[in-house]
Ligand binder design. Structure first.
Ligand code: IPD
Ligand code: CA
Ligand code: CA
Ligand code: CA
Length: 259
Protein backbone atom coordinates (compact mmCIF):
# COMPACT_ATOMS: atom_id res chain seq x y z
CA UNK A 1 0.00 0.00 0.00
CA UNK A 2 1.52 3.36 -0.95
CA UNK A 3 1.79 6.25 1.45
CA UNK A 4 -0.86 8.38 -0.32
CA UNK A 5 -3.38 5.57 -0.06
CA UNK A 6 -2.52 5.19 3.64
CA UNK A 7 -3.04 8.93 4.20
CA UNK A 8 -6.51 8.74 2.62
CA UNK A 9 -7.42 5.80 4.89
CA UNK A 10 -6.00 7.65 7.90
CA UNK A 11 -8.15 10.71 7.24
CA UNK A 12 -11.24 8.55 6.77
CA UNK A 13 -10.65 6.56 9.99
CA UNK A 14 -10.17 9.76 11.99
CA UNK A 15 -13.61 10.87 10.78
CA UNK A 16 -15.17 7.58 11.96
CA UNK A 17 -13.48 7.90 15.33
CA UNK A 18 -14.72 11.44 15.82
CA UNK A 19 -18.26 10.29 15.10
CA UNK A 20 -17.82 7.21 17.27
CA UNK A 21 -16.57 9.35 20.19
CA UNK A 22 -19.53 11.75 19.79
CA UNK A 23 -21.97 8.80 19.81
CA UNK A 24 -20.44 7.36 23.00
CA UNK A 25 -20.29 10.72 24.79
CA UNK A 26 -23.90 11.45 23.90
CA UNK A 27 -24.91 8.29 25.78
CA UNK A 28 -22.35 8.38 28.58
CA UNK A 29 -24.83 9.42 31.27
CA UNK A 30 -27.64 7.13 30.14
CA UNK A 31 -28.62 3.92 31.87
CA UNK A 32 -26.45 1.12 30.48
CA UNK A 33 -27.46 -2.43 29.73
CA UNK A 34 -24.63 -4.46 31.24
CA UNK A 35 -24.11 -8.19 30.70
CA UNK A 36 -21.37 -10.52 31.90
CA UNK A 37 -19.39 -12.71 29.50
CA UNK A 38 -16.91 -15.20 31.03
CA UNK A 39 -17.40 -14.01 34.65
CA UNK A 40 -18.44 -11.15 36.95
CA UNK A 41 -15.50 -8.91 35.97
CA UNK A 42 -15.85 -9.49 32.21
CA UNK A 43 -18.54 -7.05 31.08
CA UNK A 44 -20.16 -5.91 27.88
CA UNK A 45 -22.63 -3.05 27.53
CA UNK A 46 -25.10 -1.93 24.90
CA UNK A 47 -22.61 0.85 24.02
CA UNK A 48 -19.78 -1.65 23.34
CA UNK A 49 -22.10 -3.48 20.93
CA UNK A 50 -23.51 -0.35 19.29
CA UNK A 51 -20.08 1.16 18.79
CA UNK A 52 -18.70 -2.01 17.26
CA UNK A 53 -21.69 -2.15 14.87
CA UNK A 54 -21.10 1.49 13.95
CA UNK A 55 -17.41 0.92 13.14
CA UNK A 56 -18.15 -2.33 11.28
CA UNK A 57 -20.71 -0.52 9.08
CA UNK A 58 -18.19 2.25 8.26
CA UNK A 59 -15.49 -0.31 7.35
CA UNK A 60 -17.89 -2.43 5.26
CA UNK A 61 -18.94 0.64 3.27
CA UNK A 62 -15.36 1.90 2.76
CA UNK A 63 -13.49 -1.39 2.34
CA UNK A 64 -15.96 -4.19 1.49
CA UNK A 65 -13.24 -6.66 0.47
CA UNK A 66 -11.56 -6.58 3.88
CA UNK A 67 -12.29 -8.77 6.89
CA UNK A 68 -13.09 -7.51 10.37
CA UNK A 69 -12.11 -8.95 13.75
CA UNK A 70 -14.31 -7.34 16.40
CA UNK A 71 -14.33 -8.17 20.11
CA UNK A 72 -18.11 -8.26 20.42
CA UNK A 73 -18.69 -10.50 17.39
CA UNK A 74 -20.24 -8.23 14.76
CA UNK A 75 -17.29 -8.73 12.44
CA UNK A 76 -16.14 -11.87 10.65
CA UNK A 77 -14.73 -15.16 11.79
CA UNK A 78 -11.10 -14.26 11.02
CA UNK A 79 -8.78 -17.27 11.07
CA UNK A 80 -5.98 -16.17 8.72
CA UNK A 81 -3.96 -12.97 8.41
CA UNK A 82 -4.18 -12.87 4.60
CA UNK A 83 -5.29 -9.59 3.00
CA UNK A 84 -6.67 -6.54 4.82
CA UNK A 85 -7.86 -7.23 8.36
CA UNK A 86 -9.39 -4.52 10.56
CA UNK A 87 -9.35 -5.11 14.33
CA UNK A 88 -11.86 -3.35 16.56
CA UNK A 89 -12.04 -2.92 20.32
CA UNK A 90 -15.19 -0.78 20.54
CA UNK A 91 -14.77 0.07 24.24
CA UNK A 92 -11.49 -0.92 25.88
CA UNK A 93 -11.78 -0.80 29.65
CA UNK A 94 -15.46 -1.70 29.83
CA UNK A 95 -15.25 -2.06 33.64
CA UNK A 96 -13.93 1.52 33.89
CA UNK A 97 -16.65 2.64 31.49
CA UNK A 98 -19.36 1.03 33.63
CA UNK A 99 -18.02 2.03 37.06
CA UNK A 100 -16.29 5.35 36.30
CA UNK A 101 -17.62 6.51 32.93
CA UNK A 102 -13.99 7.49 32.44
CA UNK A 103 -10.57 5.99 31.60
CA UNK A 104 -11.61 3.91 28.58
CA UNK A 105 -10.61 3.89 24.92
CA UNK A 106 -11.78 3.05 21.43
CA UNK A 107 -9.17 1.09 19.45
CA UNK A 108 -8.89 0.26 15.77
CA UNK A 109 -6.09 -1.28 13.72
CA UNK A 110 -5.48 -2.20 10.09
CA UNK A 111 -3.19 -5.11 9.20
CA UNK A 112 -2.32 -6.18 5.66
CA UNK A 113 -1.04 -9.74 5.26
CA UNK A 114 -0.25 -9.77 8.98
CA UNK A 115 1.78 -6.52 8.89
CA UNK A 116 0.56 -3.54 10.93
CA UNK A 117 -0.32 -0.56 8.72
CA UNK A 118 -2.37 1.82 10.87
CA UNK A 119 -3.28 1.90 14.57
CA UNK A 120 -5.62 4.16 16.59
CA UNK A 121 -6.15 4.49 20.32
CA UNK A 122 -8.65 7.14 21.39
CA UNK A 123 -8.94 8.12 25.05
CA UNK A 124 -12.61 9.09 24.82
CA UNK A 125 -13.09 11.39 27.83
CA UNK A 126 -9.54 12.77 27.68
CA UNK A 127 -10.06 13.40 23.93
CA UNK A 128 -6.61 12.08 23.15
CA UNK A 129 -5.97 10.24 19.89
CA UNK A 130 -2.73 8.34 19.27
CA UNK A 131 -2.60 7.36 15.61
CA UNK A 132 -0.30 6.30 12.80
CA UNK A 133 1.85 3.50 11.50
CA UNK A 134 5.25 2.61 10.04
CA UNK A 135 4.76 4.51 6.75
CA UNK A 136 3.50 7.79 8.26
CA UNK A 137 4.85 7.87 11.84
CA UNK A 138 2.98 8.29 15.13
CA UNK A 139 0.83 11.29 15.99
CA UNK A 140 -0.52 12.54 19.29
CA UNK A 141 -3.70 14.50 18.53
CA UNK A 142 -2.37 15.17 15.03
CA UNK A 143 1.08 16.36 16.16
CA UNK A 144 4.16 14.16 15.58
CA UNK A 145 4.78 12.19 18.77
CA UNK A 146 7.70 13.47 20.82
CA UNK A 147 10.44 10.85 20.81
CA UNK A 148 10.22 8.81 23.99
CA UNK A 149 13.43 8.42 26.02
CA UNK A 150 14.82 4.88 26.31
CA UNK A 151 14.31 4.78 30.09
CA UNK A 152 15.29 1.66 32.07
CA UNK A 153 12.83 -0.08 34.40
CA UNK A 154 14.38 1.29 37.60
CA UNK A 155 13.86 4.89 36.42
CA UNK A 156 10.22 4.62 35.41
CA UNK A 157 6.65 3.69 36.34
CA UNK A 158 5.33 0.36 35.11
CA UNK A 159 1.74 -0.39 34.00
CA UNK A 160 0.66 -3.85 35.17
CA UNK A 161 -2.40 -6.06 35.19
CA UNK A 162 -3.89 -6.21 38.71
CA UNK A 163 -4.71 -9.95 38.68
CA UNK A 164 -1.23 -10.83 37.38
CA UNK A 165 0.42 -8.91 40.22
CA UNK A 166 -1.86 -10.58 42.78
CA UNK A 167 -0.80 -14.00 41.48
CA UNK A 168 2.84 -12.93 41.07
CA UNK A 169 2.77 -14.30 37.53
CA UNK A 170 6.19 -14.07 35.82
CA UNK A 171 7.82 -12.52 38.92
CA UNK A 172 5.50 -9.54 38.57
CA UNK A 173 6.17 -8.45 42.15
CA UNK A 174 9.90 -8.15 41.39
CA UNK A 175 9.13 -6.22 38.22
CA UNK A 176 7.00 -3.80 40.25
CA UNK A 177 9.63 -3.52 42.99
CA UNK A 178 12.44 -2.78 40.58
CA UNK A 179 10.47 0.02 38.90
CA UNK A 180 9.73 3.38 40.56
CA UNK A 181 6.16 2.14 41.13
CA UNK A 182 3.36 0.25 39.45
CA UNK A 183 0.14 1.61 38.00
CA UNK A 184 -3.02 -0.42 37.30
CA UNK A 185 -5.24 1.60 34.94
CA UNK A 186 -7.71 -1.09 33.85
CA UNK A 187 -7.61 -0.25 30.14
CA UNK A 188 -4.90 -1.58 27.84
CA UNK A 189 -5.52 1.43 25.59
CA UNK A 190 -4.99 3.98 28.36
CA UNK A 191 -1.85 2.11 29.51
CA UNK A 192 -0.45 2.02 25.97
CA UNK A 193 -1.14 5.72 25.44
CA UNK A 194 0.80 6.33 28.68
CA UNK A 195 3.76 4.27 27.38
CA UNK A 196 3.69 6.19 24.08
CA UNK A 197 3.74 9.50 25.93
CA UNK A 198 6.64 8.42 28.17
CA UNK A 199 4.53 8.38 31.34
CA UNK A 200 5.10 4.63 31.82
CA UNK A 201 8.25 2.69 30.79
CA UNK A 202 6.18 -0.36 29.94
CA UNK A 203 2.99 -2.34 30.30
CA UNK A 204 2.29 -6.05 30.88
CA UNK A 205 -1.08 -7.80 30.63
CA UNK A 206 -2.69 -10.91 29.21
CA UNK A 207 -4.22 -9.49 26.02
CA UNK A 208 -6.34 -10.49 23.05
CA UNK A 209 -5.71 -9.30 19.47
CA UNK A 210 -8.13 -6.34 19.80
CA UNK A 211 -6.36 -5.24 23.02
CA UNK A 212 -2.88 -5.07 21.45
CA UNK A 213 -3.54 -4.72 17.67
CA UNK A 214 -3.33 -0.91 17.55
CA UNK A 215 -0.78 -0.59 20.37
CA UNK A 216 1.67 -2.97 18.70
CA UNK A 217 1.71 -0.85 15.52
CA UNK A 218 2.04 2.46 17.37
CA UNK A 219 4.68 1.32 19.90
CA UNK A 220 6.85 -0.45 17.32
CA UNK A 221 6.67 2.59 15.04
CA UNK A 222 7.74 4.73 18.02
CA UNK A 223 10.82 2.49 18.54
CA UNK A 224 9.54 0.41 21.45
CA UNK A 225 9.52 -3.35 21.90
CA UNK A 226 6.29 -5.36 21.78
CA UNK A 227 6.65 -9.11 22.42
CA UNK A 228 5.25 -11.94 24.47
CA UNK A 229 6.38 -11.96 28.12
CA UNK A 230 9.19 -14.36 27.15
CA UNK A 231 10.46 -12.11 24.37
CA UNK A 232 8.89 -13.89 21.38
CA UNK A 233 7.03 -12.23 18.47
CA UNK A 234 3.26 -11.79 18.90
CA UNK A 235 0.87 -13.76 16.73
CA UNK A 236 -1.65 -11.28 15.38
CA UNK A 237 -4.58 -13.64 15.98
CA UNK A 238 -3.53 -15.17 19.31
CA UNK A 239 -4.08 -14.14 22.90
CA UNK A 240 -1.03 -14.02 25.14
CA UNK A 241 0.72 -12.13 27.92
CA UNK A 242 2.11 -9.06 26.17
CA UNK A 243 5.19 -7.09 27.22
CA UNK A 244 5.37 -3.65 25.69
CA UNK A 245 8.20 -1.38 26.83
CA UNK A 246 11.12 0.88 26.01
CA UNK A 247 14.09 -1.13 24.71
CA UNK A 248 15.96 -0.85 28.01
CA UNK A 249 12.96 -1.66 30.22
CA UNK A 250 12.13 -4.58 27.92
CA UNK A 251 15.62 -6.03 28.49
CA UNK A 252 15.39 -5.42 32.25
CA UNK A 253 12.01 -7.17 32.44
CA UNK A 254 13.06 -10.20 30.39
CA UNK A 255 15.94 -10.69 32.84
CA UNK A 256 13.53 -10.65 35.81
CA UNK A 257 11.02 -12.95 34.07
CA UNK A 258 13.81 -15.48 33.34
CA UNK A 259 14.93 -15.61 36.99
C1 IPD B 1 -9.63 -5.26 28.96
C2 IPD B 1 -8.85 -4.09 29.47
C3 IPD B 1 -8.01 -4.49 30.68
C4 IPD B 1 -7.08 -5.64 30.36
C5 IPD B 1 -7.90 -6.81 29.87
C6 IPD B 1 -8.72 -6.41 28.65
P1 IPD B 1 -11.94 -4.79 27.65
O1 IPD B 1 -10.32 -4.92 27.77
O2 IPD B 1 -7.98 -3.58 28.48
O3 IPD B 1 -7.21 -3.41 31.10
O4 IPD B 1 -6.36 -5.99 31.51
O5 IPD B 1 -7.03 -7.88 29.56
O6 IPD B 1 -9.50 -7.51 28.24
O7 IPD B 1 -12.49 -6.16 27.80
O8 IPD B 1 -12.39 -3.84 28.68
O9 IPD B 1 -12.08 -4.28 26.26
CA1 CA C 1 -14.19 -7.17 26.97
CA1 CA D 1 -9.91 -4.47 25.39
CA1 CA E 1 -13.62 -4.09 24.71
Amino acid sequence: MDVNEIKVIDKTVKGWLKESRDNVLRKIDTRLTVNTKSGRTDLVTNIDKQNEKFLVSKIREFDPASRILGEEGSGDDVTTTIGRVWIIDPIDGTMNFVKQRNHFAIMLALYVDGEGVLGYILDVTGNHLLSGGPQIGVFDNGQPLTKVADTPLREGLMGLSGPMVLHNDYNMVDIANQSLGMRVYGSAGIDIISVLRGELVGYISYLKPWDFGAGKILCETAGMMVTTIDGKPLGMLSSTTVLLATRRAHRDILTIVGQ
